[in-house]
Design a protein around this ligand. Structure first.
Ligand SMILES: CC(C)(COP(=O)(O)OP(=O)(O)OC[C@H]1O[C@@H](n2cnc3c(N)ncnc32)[C@H](O)[C@@H]1OP(=O)(O)O)[C@@H](O)C(=O)NCCC(=O)NCCS
Length: 258
């Protein structure tokens, strides 16, 4: 019985020739960095270099956040049981959810809702942000992409917004982030700044990415950190130790400059 054929537009494979969205992979290698290749993979076209730099910066921003982050803790818990690298990484990835790393998509959706509401009502972004926040409050839902356990002014978000301006990415989404920040301050009586998930959500929305792929940016970036965390646990620590996630002390290289 013959096999039904089906179509794919991502990568073509022929003997001695691999093409990503039509470009030979060996021509991309050494000329196009990972951020630009990722854009090509997900969007079908190569972005210019400044957008590529922003893509790479988003990945670098989320590469690791220490052993206390829930996904790193999960990867280490798996590693202490003697799990293989893929099992450790999978454990970590499965801990990336709504409140950790998985807030990108939800934040982007909230930003879209604020923009649509302002457009429909021909009102200000601040009024639309207040409306959304009042609805969230009534439903006892936290707004994704705001707040952080450790940081009050996350150094990653400011840098990402700076690179986005350099890349000419739409700035309206960032204006909505600021309107939401002001609205939260009015509602809570204290500042609750945007976090790195929220910033990435705003930028990916401004760049035209689909909501459904957005959390993949964090998963992809943090997988690198999970490998490092799991490997350190395996090579440096006692098997089956009890891990207190907050009790770690950093003893790596001292602060240094590029
Ligand atoms: C990240 C997060 C878990 C940090 O929590 P935290 O620092 O422990 O904050 P707390 O749980 O102590 O909350 C402090 C106060 O701010 C409020 N708050 C915190 N984040 C909030 C949010 N995103 N939306 C609305 N209110 C929020 C809490 O309700 C709480 O109010 P209360 O003191 O009246 O109870 C939390 O901010 C959150 O759930 N954010 C949304 C999910 C998210 O963006 N995750 C990605 C993080 S990189």
């Amino acid at each position: 019985m013959g096999q039904d054929t089906w179509n794919t537009a991502v990568t073509s494979i022929a003997p001695n020739e691999i093409r990503l969205r039509g470009y030979r992979i060996d021509e991309l290698m050494g000329r196009v960095d990972f951020g630009r290749a990722l854009y090509l993979l997900l969007r079908g076209e190569l972005p210019d270099e400044r957008v590529g730099r922003l893509m790479t910066a988003m990945l670098v921003s989320s590469i690791d956040h220490g052993p206390g982050a829930p996904s790193a803790h999960a990867a280490r818990c798996a590693a202490r049981t003697g799990a293989s690298l893929n099992a450790c990484v999978a454990s970590g990835v499965l801990s990336i959810n709504r409140f950790h790393g998985g807030a990108i998509e939800d934040c982007a959706r909230a930003i879209r809702e604020v923009m649509d509401c302002a457009d429909q009502q021909k009102g200000s972004l601040d009024d639309a942000a207040d409306e959304l926040l009042a609805d969230y409050k009534a439903r006892k839902v936290r707004i994704a992409g705001y707040g952080h356990r450790v940081h009050t002014a996350d150094p990653r978000t400011a840098r990402l917004f700076e690179l986005a301006a350099e890349a000419g990415v739409s700035s309206r989404e960032i204006e909505v982030c600021q309107a939401l920040e002001r609205g939260l301050e009015r509602q809570l009586g204290k500042r609750l700044p945007i976090n790195v998930d929220g910033a990435i959500g705003a930028l990916l929305l401004g760049m035209g990415f689909e909501f459904e792929v957005m959390n993949g940016f964090f998963i992809l970036a943090r997988t690198a950190g999970l490998i490092a965390q799991a490997r350190e646990e395996t090579t440096r620590e006692r098997k089956m130790r009890n891990i207190a996630p907050g009790a770690h002390r950093y003893d790596g290289p001292p602060a240094r400059q590029l």
